[in-house]
Design a protein around this ligand. Sequence first.
Ligand SMILES: [Ca+2]
Ligand SMILES: [Ca+2]
Ligand SMILES: [Ca+2]
Ligand SMILES: [Ca+2]
Length: 403
Amino acid sequence: MFKNSTKQRSRDWLLLLTLTALPVACSKDTPPPATGTLPDPVPELFFDNGRYRTASNSAELRTSSVPLGKSLVLAPVICNIAAPSAFAWTVDGVRQSSTTEFLTFTPASQGVYLISVAEQSTQARAEIQVTCTAPEEMYFRPVKSGNKATAATAFDYVPAPGQFINYQSGSTKENALQDLQDALNNGRISYLGAYGGYWIVGFDHSVRNVAGKADLKISGNAVPEFSEPGIVWVMQDSNGNGLPDDAWFELKGSKSDAPETKYRYAMTYYKPAASNSDVLWTDNIGRSNTVDYNDAHTQAYYFPMFITEDYYVLTGTCLASGIFADGGIVYAKDLSWGYVDNYNTDLTRPRNEFWLEDAVQADGTPANLSHIDFVKVHTGMAGKGTAIGEISTETGCPADLNF
Ligand SMILES: [Ca+2]
Ligand SMILES: [Ca+2]
Ligand SMILES: [Ca+2]
Ligand SMILES: [Ca+2]
């Protein structure tokens, strides 16, 4: 099934990983790996803005926003710190009382705030710029003549590596974004690849949160005992600029309180040195594995080759793998509710329907959103089965159920 060279290369990588300390998932201070080497595991914090991260963009100041009169819970992604101690937070240099990884920020007036967090045992530190904008309803966009119920605009598409991902050498990020736009326009399914692969889309109007009912529909291609759950995130255009550069809120699901669910999880995928190869990944908690090349999908690279750097980092929430075998057949477990490309087992929560009431802050408290403008979906599991390959979410175009 595998070419010998592929397996040998994987063994070389894994041997290296075994012989040296496990690599960092997300270090900005170490160079990208040359063939056969990986960055050292440097303790690090960063703020996730919902976009992929590379060596070249990791030093950019991340931004977010919060409408006046509301709170935003901030929390960094924690890399290579096995047992974090206390955290120290500042807002414009003023020390805050929180000593945990969470800060509830409730600005008293509109303006731009620089917020920092440092982990005390390592001095790992991160900053984020948060703009306090006009109150929540200021930029609500009512439905106008000519608007449509489904998402209109593709803003970003960065799949994880996978057997259904086919962006070969010479492809561009613009090619990928156009593919997503075409899928939105034509009602086709999009492929997110393995854990963390994502798209970001926007509506031509604001999707109102109507109390006590589902507000969004996002289809997948799940069938019983083959679910590949994707996590849904939503955003308001709080600063009114038409771009998804504000605060993301996860829609909770039936696994949100499961002890194995990992929040602010980061996975780094490394570009293979040769075609027809497995794709190595490492994560922010010291694990590594591969997305495996198989003989059913023979494009040269499963890694999206429009990523020009040697590795990229995808972040989000990670659920325990649903892969299981029974009688020699591999299945992917159906979850109760709350995920795209999942065959809901809770029949009170119809499949493919999502409630904006389920939007939560980083600490799991309700976000209480009156409406949203943007949606992100990412593959929510890292798992693979022998015959079926990696778990990878498939998605249709989101629709406003209150249109
Ligand atoms: Ca609702
Ligand atoms: Ca699927
Ligand atoms: Ca915006
Ligand atoms: Ca899939």
